[in-house]
Design a protein around this ligand. Structure first.
Ligand code: KIV
Ligand code: ZN
Length: 514
C-alpha cells in the first residue's frame, strides 16, 4: 500500500477565531485552549497578532513559552514593525513560525493598500526576508488570493519562495470561491509556479457561503498539504473551515484522500467544549461532528437500523471523536491536591495560593450542588474565578420570584466599584426581571443582542451555561456565566459582559488597518 502524505493541521482558533465579534480571549484562556490543541496533536497553533495590542503580544509570548509539541505561530502584516513584534513574542518558542501577509487582489491593492503590483511584490519579499532572520519557518499569504489575478499570484508566490518562504497559504479571505474552482486554483498554482516544489501549499477558507470546509478539501485533493481551520468553525464573520469537519472528512474518506493527519480525534469533542465555554459561542445542536445531535437518532426507523448494525446510518463512531470521553473527574470528596492536579493537566496553573484557594472554594460550592464534576465544569469554574478578580460590577445577592398567576420579579444587590446598590424589577420572566434590575443599577444602555442557554453536561443537575452578547457604541462583547441555577448563570453572564464593556479596548485588526 502506498504511504500517505501528511496533512498539516494549522489551527487559527486563537487568531482568526478571536476575530469573531465578542470572542476575544485573555492570555490565560489562550493558554488553556493552546494546551488542549497541543494534546490533540495539532501541528501548528496560530496564537494571535502580536502587533494588535499589548495583551495579544503577551498572550503569544506566554503560549510560546509553554507549548512544546506544536509549532507556535504569530501573524504579522508585511511590515517591519509587525515582524519585529511577532519575532519578539515568539522568542521563547521551541518551534516558531512567522506568518506574514499582504493583499494581492485588484480591489484590495487599489482600494485598501493604494499600491501597485510591483510595490506589493517588493513589500512581500522584504517581509519574508526579514522574518527569515528570526526563524527558518516562514509562511506567506497573498490575502484575498481567491479573487486575485492568476498571473500576478504566480509572480508573487515565486518571488516569496525565492526570498525563503517555506509555506504558501492561499486564503479565500471573503469566502467567495466554490469547491471545483478553488481546488483548481491551488492545483494550477502548484503546476505553474516554477519553484512550487520547495514549499508546502496551504489553504485558509472563510465560510461566507458555507463552503469553507468543502473548498479546503477540494484544495487538498489538488495538492494542498496544510489546512488552516478553527475549532467549531469560529472566525471572522461566518467563520473559518471547521477543524472537526476537515479532519473527520479526511479520516472517514481515506478511500478518497491520499493524505492523513496526526490528530488524536478523540479529543475533538472535549476541545470543542472548551472553546465554546471560553469564548461563550455555543455550538448549534445540528453542527457536524460536535453538535449535540450529531450522533443522535431521532427517527424510529434510524434507531432500529443503528441497533441492528451501526453502519446503517452512522459513518463515524461517536467514541472516535470523543463523545464517550465525558469522564467524571472529581466530586464532593476530592481534595485540594486532586483539584490542583487535574487543573494542571488541563493547562490551568495558579499564580498564587490565594488564587487556588478561591477556585477551590468555588469548586466545593459547586460539588455541594452537583454530584459529578467533569472537565467541562472545571473549565467553566476557572473562567468564572478569573472573571471575579477584575469585577467592577459584582453580584452580592439575587432573589427571583416566579409563581403561577403572578408577575415575575427579581431583587438584585450589586457592588458597583465597591459600593453596595440595590434594585428591584418585574419582567416577562425571571431572567428578564433580573436583567432589568441589573440595568436599573448599571444604566449601561447597552443593547442585548443575544441570550442563549446551554447545558455544559447532561442531567438536570448540570450547570447551565449562559451567553449574553451586548452591544454599545459599535463595540460587541460576550459574557458568560455558569451555574446549576439558570437565573444565577444568567445574572453572572450579564455582569460578565457589562464588566468587559467598562474596560476600554484598543485593539488593531490585522486586516483593517495598515
Ligand atoms: O482571511 C485571511 O485572508 C486571513 C489572512 C491573514 C491569512 O486571515
Ligand atoms: Zn482569515
Amino acid at each position: 500500500m502506498a504511504t500517505k502524505d501528511k496533512l498539516i493541521i494549522f489551527d487559527t482558533t486563537l487568531r482568526d477565531g478571536e476575530q469573531s465579534p465578542g470572542a476575544s480571549m485573555t492570555r490565560d484562556e489562550k493558554i488553556r485552549i493552546a494546551k488542549s490543541l497541543e494534546r490533540m496533536r495539532v501541528d501548528v497553533i496560530e496564537v494571535g497578532f502580536p502587533m494588535a495590542s499589548a495583551g495579544d503580544f503577551e498572550a503569544v509570548r506566554a503560549v510560546a513559552s509553554v507549548i512544546k509539541e506544536s509549532i507556535v505561530c504569530g501573524l504579522a502584516r508585511a511590515l517591519k514593525k509587525d515582524i519585529e513584534r511577532a519575532s519578539e513574542a515568539l522568542k521563547t518558542a521551541m518551534s516558531a513560525r512567522i506568518h506574514t501577509f499582504i493583499a494581492t487582489s485588484p480591489i484590495h491593492m487599489q482600494q485598501k493598500l493604494h499600491m501597485t503590483e510591483n510595490q506589493v511584490i517588493e513589500q512581500a519579499v522584504a517581509a519574508v526576508k526579514q522574518a527569515k532572520q528570526y526563524t527558518d519557518d516562514v509562511e506567506f499569504s497573498p490575502e484575498d488570493a481567491g479573487r486575485s489575478e492568476f498571473e500576478f499570484l504566480c509572480r508573487v508566490i515565486e518571488q516569496v519562495i525565492m526570498a525563503g518562504a517555506t509555506t504558501i497559504n492561499i486564503p479565500d479571505t471573503v469566502g467567495y470561491n466554490v469547491p471545483h474552482q478553488f481546488g483548481s486554483l491551488v492545483g494550477r498554482l502548484i503546476e505553474n509556479v516554477p519553484n512550487s516544489d520547495q514549499v508546502i501549499f496551504s489553504v485558509h477558507c472563510h465560510n461566507d457561503l458555507g463552503l469553507a470546509a468543502a473548498n479546503s478539501l477540494s484544495a487538498v485533493l489538488n495538492g494542498a498539504r496544510q489546512v488552516e481551520c478553527t475549532v467549531n468553525g469560529l472566525g471572522e464573520r461566518a467563520g473559518n473551515a471547521s477543524l472537526e469537519e476537515v479532519v473527520m472528512t479526511v479520516h472517514t474518506r481515506q478511500d478518497v484522500f491520499s493524505c492523513t493527519t496526526s490528530l488524536d480525534t478523540k479529543l475533538i469533542v472535549p476541545t470543542s467544549r472548551i472553546v465554546s465555554t471560553i469564548t461563550g459561542f455555543p455550538v448549534q445542536p445540528n453542527k457536524a461532528i460536535v453538535g449535540a445531535n450529531a450522533f443522535a437518532h431521532e427517527a424510529g426507523i434510524h434507531q432500529d437500523g443503528v441497533l441492528k448494525a451501526r453502519e446503517t446510518y452512522e459513518i463515524m463512531r461517536a467514541e472516535d471523536v470523543g463523545w464517550a470521553s465525558n469522564k467524571i473527574v472529581l466530586g464532593k470528596h476530592s481534595g485540594r491536591n486532586a483539584f490542583r492536579t487535574r487543573l494542571n493537566e488541563l493547562g490551568v496553573t495558579f499564580r498564587t495560593e490565594e488564587e487556588l484557594n478561591v477556585a477551590f472554594a468555588n469548586f466545593k460550592d459547586l460539588a455541594d450542588r452537583k454530584h459529578d464534576i467533569y472537565d467541562e465544569d472545571l473549565h467553566a469554574l476557572v473562567s468564572e474565578t478569573s472573571c471575579e478578580k477584575s469585577e467592577y460590577f459584582k453580584l452580592v445577592s439575587l432573589k427571583a420570584h416566579s409563581e403561577t398567576g403572578e408577575i415575575p420579579s427579581a431583587q438584585v444587590t450589586l457592588l458597583v466599584d465597591g459600593e453596595e446598590r440595590k434594585a428591584e424589577s418585574n419582567g416577562g420572566g425571571t431572567v428578564d426581571a433580573t436583567f432589568c434590575a441589573i440595568e436599573t443599577i448599571a444604566a449601561s444602555q447597552a443593547q442585548l443582542q443575544l441570550y442563549s442557554v446551554n447545558n455544559i453536561t447532561t442531567g438536570t443537575d448540570a450547570q447551565g451555561e449562559v451567553t449574553v452578547r451586548l452591544q454599545k457604541s459599535g463595540r460587541i462583547v460576550n459574557g458568560h456565566g455558569a451555574d446549576t441555577d439558570i437565573i444565577m448563570a444568567s445574572a453572572k453572564a450579564y455582569l460578565h459582559a457589562l464588566n468587559k464593556l467598562v474596560v476600554p479596548e484598543t485593539r488593531a485588526h490585522p486586516q483593517h488597518d495598515v
